[in-house]
Design a binder for this molecule. Structure first.
Ligand SMILES: [Zn+2]
Length: 182
């Protein structure tokens, strides 16, 4: 077991786009193991490498008893949007908000051994793939909320016990509100 500390909102690593994996080596396999151990210990449904301070495009997932990982993921989204599904994040302990996500996602990427894989997910699995791939782009679930929910989220974050170690930064979402971050 190699459980790592999970970085919390406010840590700049969570806002830094991760680099593609180039070397499918022993260190990558250790990273996948650390992510898996840390995710299962939390416990969580998914964990992205930046959440343990590693800027590589790698995530693990554990949804509907399916445990896996994906390297250098690319997503194709389809189906309707689930506007109401509650979503949380291990980097925002204790908080969940209704977060719009596509209900289907086809994730293409590689295993830690460099083999190409395609995984199709619906519902929670699709949500997980979108959430984790966002992490690799420095995007957080609060960026996906509508204006009202984001306002609630920022208030809850300010009041959270874990918050305040560094100044939070919120990106302006593509759907934003006259360019104002709430
Ligand atoms: Zn997360």
């Amino acid at each position: 077991m190699a459980i790592q500390p999970i970085r919390l909102f406010g840590d700049p690593v969570l806002r830094t786009p991760a680099e593609p994996v180039v070397d499918f080596d022993k260190e990558l396999r250790k990273l996948v193991k650390d992510l898996t151990d840390t995710m299962m210990d939390a416990p969580g449904a998914g964990l992205a490498a930046p959440q343990i301070g590693v800027g590589l495009r790698v995530f693990t997932y554990y949804v509907d008893d399916q445990l896996g990982h994906l390297i250098n993921p690319e997503l194709d989204l389809g189906g309707e949007t689930d506007e109401e599904g509650e979503e949380g994040c291990l980097s925002f302990p204790g908080l969940t908000f209704p977060t719009p996500r596509a209900i289907r996602a086809v994730a293409k990427g590689f295993t830690m051994h460099g083999e190409p894989v395609t995984i199709e997910g619906t519902d929670l699995m699709a949500r997980c793939f979108q959430h984790e791939t966002d992490h690799l782009d420095g995007v957080l679930f609060i960026d996906r909320l509508d204006a009202k929910q984001r306002k609630l989220a920022m208030k809850a974050i300010r009041e959270a016990e874990w918050s305040g170690l560094s100044a939070p930064v919120v990106k302006i979402s593509p759907h934003a509100t006259q360019g104002r971050a709430l």
